[in-house]
Design a binder for this molecule. Structure first.
Ligand SMILES: [Fe+2]
Length: 430
C-alpha cells in the first residue's frame, strides 16, 4: 500500500498497518528527517539535546540512589483523599512519571481479596481445567499452574476496580495530565473505564526470568498514524523543549495497529495493586523513571547508525523494546519500586520503559491485581462496550486471548453487584 500525505501533519501516514513495512519505515524516516532539518537543526543535534537532558535526569536519579532515597515518589493514600499531596511531591510525580500509593487499601482488605481470588479459582476447579498460556506475552510460563491467571471477573477484582478509593486515586493520577488542549477535551479525568486485566500470583520459591525493558503504548503506529503524528508533533518538528509527555492532545483519537500486546484503551498510567508483601529485590517492577525519555525512543531511530528500514527493532505485534544496543544511556536509570505491602498500589506513565527483574527462589508470594487508570473518552467508551458484553457473559475481554474460563462459573461478580462507579465505568449509566 502506498502512503497518503496527511493534510493535517504534512507527513505520509498509514491508518492501517502497511503491507510493505520496510518501505513505509524508510518513507516516514525520510519525511521526519526532512521536517526536522527544516527547523534549522539536524536530527543529531536534536538527539544530542535530548541526551543532555537525560544525562542530567540520570545524575539526579543516581544521586537519590546514593543518598539511599527512594527514586519512586511515595504518596500516602490519605493525602490523596484529603487533597494534601505536597507541591514537591506533585512535581516529583511529573518528573519521575511513577508513584507508589501507600495504604491505598487497608492491608486486611487486600489480604481478603487475595484469599477471595484463591477461593474463586479453587471453587471452580481452575487448576484442573487450565490448559496453559494462550499467548506468548509472558513467555517464561511453561507450567501447569500459572502465575498469570487469565481471570477477570472475580468479586475481588471488581470490588477493587469499582472501589471509591480506586476512583479517587485514578482521578488524582489522571489529573496530572493535561486533558484539555488544542481546543478539545481529550478525556474525563473523574470517570474511569474499569479496564479489566488479569491477576498474578507468584508463589514462594518461584524462579522467574522476568521481563526485559520495554514499553506498551504501541509500535510502528506511534510514527505512522496521523493521530500519533499529531500527538508527537513537537518531537517530529525537532522541538524537544515543547514536547510535554503529560499533554494528551490527539492521543485518544489515534489509530492503532492490532496485535496480541495491544491495549485498546488509553491509559494515563499502567498500574497494579499489591495483594502480598514484596521486597524490592524479589523480582519486582522497575522503570526508567523519565517520562520525556519517550522523545529519545521516538527520535533515536532517525540517527544515521540505524538502517533506513529499521526503527531500532520496533515491530508490529511485539512489545516495543528498549535495550543496550540502541538506548544504552537509558539503561543506567532503571530503578526498582520500593518494597510494598498488601494494599499499596504501583503506577507508571503509559509511555515509560519498564521491566520485571528475574528472581530465583522467591521469598514470599508475589501477588498483584493489574488495574490501570483508563479515563473515560470516546476511545475508552468504545472499548467499554465490548468489556460490558464480556462481563455479562463471563468471557475474556477482547484485548486478551479467548480463554473464557469464567463463563460457566456460578460465583463470579454480577451486574447486580455493581455500584455507581462500576456502572459508569462499564457505560451502563452516565
Ligand atoms: Fe509492560
Amino acid at each position: 500500500m502506498t502512503s497518503t500525505v496527511s493534510a493535517r501533519t504534512g507527513l505520509p501516514h498509514w491508518e492501517t498497518q502497511p503491507a510493505d513495512l520496510p518501505g513505509a519505515i524508510t518513507e516516514i524516516k525520510t519525511a521526519l528527517r526532512e521536517r526536522i532539518a527544516a527547523s534549522g537543526r539536524t536530527v543529531a543535534e536534536v538527539v544530542a539535546e535530548i541526551e543532555d537532558f537525560l544525562t542530567a535526569e540520570i545524575a539526579d536519579i543516581n544521586a537519590a540512589k546514593a543518598r539511599g532515597d527512594e527514586v519512586w515518589p511515595v504518596i500516602n493514600y490519605a493525602d490523596i483523599e484529603n487533597q494534601t499531596v505536597s507541591p514537591e511531591t506533585l512535581a516529583l510525580i511529573k518528573r519521575r512519571g511513577c508513584a507508589v500509593i501507600r495504604g491505598h487499601f487497608d492491608r486486611s482488605q487486600a489480604e481478603k481479596w487475595d484469599a477471595d481470588v484463591v477461593n474463586y479459582v479453587e471453587s471452580n476447579h481452575f487448576f484442573e481445567s487450565y490448559t496453559g498460556p494462550a499467548d506468548d506475552f509472558f513467555g517464561d510460563l511453561e507450567m501447569s499452574k500459572p502465575e498469570i491467571y487469565p481471570i477477570y471477573w472475580s468479586s475481588a477484582q471488581m470490588e477493587a476496580r469499582q472501589h471509591p478509593r480506586m476512583a479517587a486515586v485514578q482521578a488524582f493520577l489522571n489529573s496530572q495530565w493535561i486533558h484539555e488542549s488544542e481546543g478539545k477535551a481529550w478525556f474525563d479525568p473523574d470517570r474511569d473505564s474499569l479496564y479489566p486485566d488479569r491477576i498474578r500470583r507468584r508463589p514462594p520459591g518461584a524462579d522467574s526470568g522476568g521481563l526485559g525493558t520495554h514499553l506498551d503504548p504501541g509500535t510502528l503506529d506511534l510514527w505512522m498514524t496521523e493521530g500519533y503524528q499529531r500527538h508527537f508533533r513537537h518531537l517530529f518538528a525537532g522541538d524537544f523543549a515543547s514536547y510535554d509527555p503529560w499533554d494528551a492532545a490527539y492521543r485518544t483519537d489515534a489509530a492503532q495497529y492490532p496485535g496480541s500486546t495491544m491495549c485498546s484503551a488509553f491509559r494515563t498510567f499502567q498500574g497494579w495493586t499489591a495483594l502480598s508483601e514484596m521486597d524490592n529485590d524479589q523480582g519486582v517492577l522497575h522503570t526508567v523513571p523519565i517520562p520525556k525519555a519517550m522523545a529519545y525512543l521516538m527520535l533515536r531511530p532517525l540517527l544515521d547508525d540505524v538502517d533506513d528500514d529499521d526503527m531500532c527493532g520496533v515491530k508490529p505485534n511485539r512489545t516495543f523494546p528498549a535495550n543496550q544496543k540502541w538506548h544504552s544511556i537509558l539503561m543506567e536509570a532503571v530503578s526498582s519500586i520500593p518494597s510494598v505491602k498488601p494494599g499499596d498500589s504501583v503506577w507508571w506513565h503509559c509511555d515509560m520503559i519498564h521491566s520485571v527483574a528475574p528472581v530465583t527462589n522467591q521469598k514470599g508470594w508475589g501477588n498483584v491485581m493489574y488495574i490501570p487508570a483508563a479515563p473515560w473518552c470516546a476511545k475508552n467508551a468504545e472499548y467499554a462496550s465490548s468489556v460490558r458484553e464480556a462481563f455479562l457473559a463471563g468471557n475474556s475481554p477482547s484485548d486478551f486471548p479467548e480463554e473464557n474460563y469464567e463463563a460457566s462459573w456460578p460465583n463470579r461478580f454480577t451486574e447486580a453487584d455493581l455500584n455507581e462507579i462500576g456502572r459508569r465505568g462499564l457505560g451502563l449509566q452516565d
